[in-house]
Design a protein around this ligand. Structure first.
Ligand SMILES: NC(=O)c1ccc[n+]([C@@H]2O[C@H](COP(=O)([O-])OP(=O)(O)OC[C@H]3O[C@@H](n4cnc5c(N)ncnc54)[C@H](OP(=O)(O)O)[C@@H]3O)[C@@H](O)[C@H]2O)c1
Length: 237
């Protein structure tokens, strides 16, 4: 199908990687349905961009909103399940509430959104699901216990889902970036070094998404790992 007629749901479309993916898909002729809490951060002024305000950790509202979106828009072909945040500290310093809210967004909301889209894609006879993992979903490191728990979880989920829905022409791909220069680091006490080679750019991740979607339907790109050429982490004083 011509990408002119394709529609993608992108979670976390208001900032960073999701924003770059949305911009790139729009420039390739996609309609983009953007999900986030605050769309004031990103207004592409494009009549093919449809922002919906939602806190993805409000599961009941997320389910009813997605059902409405899928009823209102003619045909949705792609899900980019991307929304997330980071919190890095020793395990013993997390409260139960922090652990719950972290996993609610970074793991459970992805599973829920994918479940709704899988049901829909099965009826539509196909679709593409791209999930934003991380290098922390491939290798666990100190202070990343929760982040790795969520991202390893998404990796296992992606593998199993791919096996489950591949025969329904639903392709599932996981992208595992290392440090990407984005507002992700705004609330953290570290960030990637300033040199061009110290971080992946959000546009690089977006280009990977476009390539994955352009692949001949008979082939699935199951997982993509991305790394900065020279990893440098700067810690705030
Ligand atoms: N940056 C990196 O180095 C890096 C590396 C590997 C993987 N990742 C992954 O890439 C994804 C995107 O990160 P990013 O770097 O683009 O960070 P970002 O710039 O902070 O963007 C995060 C996005 O998630 C949305 N979001 C956060 N909480 C939400 C909630 N409760 N409900 C709905 N939307 C919510 C934000 O929108 P609102 O605030 O408007 O709701 C925003 O659009 C995350 O899954 C992250 O784990 C990032």
């Amino acid at each position: 199908m011509d990408s002119q007629q394709k529609t993608a749901v992108v979670t976390g479309s208001s900032s960073g990687i999701g924003r770059a993916i949305s911009q790139d898909l729009l420039s390739h002729g996609y309609k983009v349905i953007g999900l986030a809490r605050d769309h004031k951060k990103f207004d592409p002024e494009n009549k093919h961009y449809f922002p919906y305000e939602i806190d993805l950790t409000d599961f009941d509202r997320t389910i009813s909103l997605l059902k409405r979106i899928l009823a209102d828009h003619e045909e949705v072909n792609v899900l980019v399940s991307n929304a997330g945040f980071g919190k890095f500290q020793s395990l013993e310093n997390f409260s139960v509430t922090q652990i719950q809210s972290f996993l609610d967004l970074n793991l459970l909301s992805h599973i829920l959104v994918c479940q709704i889209l899988v049901r829909y894609f099965k009826k539509q006879m196909g679709g593409d699901i791209i999930i934003m993992g991380s290098e922390a979903g491939v290798l666990g490191k100190k202070k990343s216990t929760l982040y790795s728990a969520a991202k390893f979880g998404l990796r296992g989920f992606s593998q199993a889902l791919r096996d489950e829905v591949g025969s329904s022409d639903i392709r599932v791909c996981l992208i595992n970036p290392g440090m990407v220069r984005s507002p992700f680091f705004g609330d953290l006490n570290f960030y990637p070094g300033e040199n061009f080679e110290n971080a992946i750019e959000t546009s690089d991740v977006a280009a990977v998404v476009t390539d994955i979607l352009a692949m001949r339907r008979g082939t699935i790109i199951d997982e993509v790992n991305l790394s900065p050429a020279k990893k440098v982490i700067v810690f705030n004083k």
